[in-house]
Design a protein around this ligand. Structure first.
Ligand SMILES: [Zn+2]
Length: 377
């Protein structure tokens, strides 16, 4: 029926104006086609449906290609821009690995906290028992914790060695000391999984030493969390670091005097730690750090650093700091002291570690301090 209507419409419009020969031929063809169609109605329907289908596929493809031409150009440009940007800010995805701290390009001598200012010891007020933080055995910090039973009978001392993994010789010297201590590995160290396994095999707990932006001019190294970054960038940098090795109980900040004072950014960090069941050790490289507080508020298990052993890198200074560490442990019941794989620190620890037991104190992994501080057993 449709074809018949078409025929009448078209012939009415065209036939009077065309030359007789052309119009006649056209008319003849048309009549023949219409005759064939009415003779082969079902064939024509099938052919029409197929033609419609093929036509719409081809047409759709053509339109899509026209539309896509501009956007794929745009996508390519955006991708190149993105690659340029991330290459210039730092090279995160394939982070370079360094075997010694001296190998880092333009890496000056640095101090963990504010340069030039010795970091004061910190002591805590007695805390009410914490119930908010998750208590489940599913927690990664519990799974990766060194077994430690006796939380109560002696004051506990956790020695955390930061910046482990870069200076391989001194890092090895650190984990060959008697434990239990905590080895906190920088995520850009070379052969990280092997080094971490070696340290764990010597009876030390493992931590990820997450580079964060300091005040001043110290360089926290590749992949550091900076206050200028978007939340997505922070998550990405943290994720790359979290995946650099396994078996650790949580993270503590490398430098970070600027970053840890930023509540919003610390919340972004805690939101990544919480679902992974990781703990946070606030190195307190700045008195303005809100790390511990943010962790507590968000239900992330956390502890804080009380003593820095080697702000001053001399044997005598480290010995003095170790004596202060003992005193804090006796007053508070537990203490977290952070040192670095420096010659003076390693030597002082080598002398001091074997004496701890005899003084009525106990060396403990970080997770034991976490349990004791929070009243968990
Ligand atoms: Zn550090």
């Amino acid at each position: 029926m449709a074809s018949r209507k078409n025929r009448s419409g078209k012939t009415n419009r065209r036939s009077p104006k065309r030359s007789a020969g052309f119009a006649g031929r056209l008319q003849a063809r048309y009549d023949a086609l219409v005759a064939w169609i009415s003779a082969h109605r079902w064939h024509s329907i099938v052919i029409a449906v197929i033609a419609l289908f093929v036509g719409s596929v081809l047409g759709g493809y053509w339109i899509a290609e026209r539309l896509d031409l501009r956007s794929s150009d745009q996508v390519a440009r955006d991708t190149i821009e993105e690659m340029k940007r991330s290459a210039s800010s730092s090279a995160p995805v394939v982070a370079p690995k360094y075997s010694r701290i001296e190998d880092l390009p333009d890496f000056p001598k640095y101090s963990e906290a504010e340069p030039g200012k010795p970091t004061p010891n910190v002591e805590e007020k007695p805390r009410v028992k914490q119930v908010a933080a998750a208590f489940s055995a599913e927690q990664t910090w519990r799974r990766n914790a060194l077994p430690f039973r006796d939380l109560k009978s002696r004051p506990l001392i956790a020695i955390v060695i930061d910046d482990v993994g870069l200076d391989r010789a001194r890092s090895k010297r650190a984990w060959e000391l008697p434990g239990p201590m905590t080895m906190s590995f920088l995520p850009y160290a070379k052969d990280l999984p092997e080094q971490a396994r070696a340290a764990r095999a010597r009876g030390h707990e493992l931590m990820l030493h997450m580079p964060m932006e300091p005040n001043g001019r110290n360089d926290p190294g590749p992949g550091a969390l900076m206050v200028s970054m978007s939340d997505a960038e922070l998550r990405q940098k943290l994720l790359i670091a979290l995946e650099s090795f396994g078996g650790y109980v949580g993270i503590n900040n490398h430098m970070g005097s600027r970053f840890t004072a930023n509540r919003h950014d610390m919340e972004v960090v805690m939101r990544q730690l919480k679902p992974r069941g990781l703990m946070f050790l606030d190195s307190r490289t700045s008195p303005q750090s809100v790390g511990d507080q943010t962790a507590q508020e968000m239900g992330v298990p956390s502890i804080v650093r009380h003593v820095f052993l080697d702000d001053e890198e001399t044997l005598d200074a480290v010995r003095r700091k170790l004596a202060e560490t003992e005193a804090v442990a006796r007053r508070q019941g537990f203490v977290v002291a952070i040192g670095h794989p420096h010659d003076s620190t390693l030597q002082a620890l080598a002398e001091w570690l074997p004496t701890v037991q005899g003084k009525g104190l106990a060396l403990a992994p970080s997770t034991a301090i976490l349990r004791k501080r929070n009243g968990w057993d």
